[in-house]
Design a protein. Structure first.
Length: 342
């Protein structure tokens, strides 16, 4: 319907809409993750918004099992054990009723690395600068088999690392953290066809308790990383600190699920708990298949992988200076990219 076809009342209503404010409100709602069965935070926000708009708000928690018993139940995409319904009422009793109904849940975002933008970012593109999303470092708490775990992570800051270190040390002291464990990965001259090697760092001789040794032998220079700086500063503050780092094939670009799976296994042994691994096993298998196909298609790459395999099979992982030499040799043979396609 064209704007001219609107009646006077409808036109006045349309002109009364603050498009910028409405857009900002929708962005705020979208930024709250609300995958099916995990919408409580968004439901609480909606209840607050409706109440602020002058509506009488009621929140219900019907039992999904009772709803499933209804003959008219259409089914569900994702099984849920909880359900939150927010209702806002306006007007006077006895009048004509107009019901506006909608759902707040969305399907899970899945692998975030496959998105070209943050699915919860609610960004506006095509030339209009309407939103700025600041990166954030977060601390999350969970309890597994009676052990309290604090998970600290986020994008690495580009500068002001000293201030970051001071803030982190103050935080771990305030929270009475008993032990700091860094988890990370570094590119190395290792093949994708063998188990992921894990090397360890520790502030004391007895820090590593999961069968992982310090290493590699010799001198290994790697780019500075905030996580290593934080581990050092936490140790200097008197808190036991250690790190587990997966050595991933340097010719692999992008996420490497086999490394995450191995790190979780090492961390499980260190903590003495069984940490969940989700879909990492299947993702690792699929990644292995893609890498095998890519290596088989190129004779030089296949020969290089076989050389790395022989070094591992002979229990002769290269020391620090050898790692660099192996990578440089591979890059000279392959040209400038040195990567296998994912």
């Amino acid at each position: 319907m064209s704007r001219r076809a609107l009646g006077a009342g409808a036109r006045a209503a349309a002109e009364a809409v603050d498009v910028a404010a409405l857009t900002a409100e929708l962005q705020a709602l979208v930024r709250v993750p609300s995958a099916t069965a995990s919408e409580d935070e968004l439901a609480a926000m909606l209840a607050d918004r409706l109440e602020a708009a002058g509506l009488v708000v009621e929140v219900f928690h019907p039992d999904p099992a009772d709803i499933r018993d209804d003959p008219a139940w259409p089914g569900e995409e994702v099984p849920r054990e909880t359900l939150t319904v927010v209702m806002g009422r306006a007007g006077r009793p006895g009048g004509t009723r107009l019901v506006l109904s909608g759902h707040t849940d969305v399907v899970p975002a899945g692998d975030l690395s496959t998105w070209t933008a943050d699915p919860w970012g609610a960004e506006i593109r095509d030339g209009q600068l309407a939103n700025l999303t600041w990166p954030a470092l977060t601390v999350r708490h969970t309890t597994i088999e009676g052990r309290d775990l604090l998970l600290f992570g986020g994008p690495e800051p580009d500068f002001r690392w000293r201030e970051l270190a001071d803030a982190v040390v103050e935080l771990v002291q305030h929270l009475d953290v008993a032990e700091w464990i860094s988890l990370g990965a570094i590119p190395a001259a290792v093949p994708h066809t063998r188990a992921v090697p894990i090397i360890g760092t520790a502030s004391g001789p007895d820090g590593l308790t999961s069968g992982v040794n310090r290493g590699p032998d010799g001198l290994l220079r790697v780019p500075s990383a905030a996580i290593s700086m934080l581990e050092m500063r936490v140790a200097e503050a008197g808190i036991p600190a250690l790190g587990y780092f997966a050595q991933i094939p340097h010719y692999v670009s992008g996420p490497y699920p086999a490394a995450a799976l191995e790190l979780l296994g090492v961390l499980s042994r260190h903590l003495g708990v069984d940490l969940p691994t989700g879909d990492l096993g299947e993702e690792s298998r699929q990644m292995r298949q893609r890498l095998d196909l890519a290596a088989a298609a190129d004779e030089q790459t296949r020969a290089y992988v076989e050389r790395l395999e022989s070094m591992v099979d002979e229990a002769r992982l290269p020391a620090g200076d050898e790692l660099i030499s192996e990578i440089e040799r591979f890059l000279r043979q392959q040209g400038s990219s040195g990567e296998l396609p994912n």
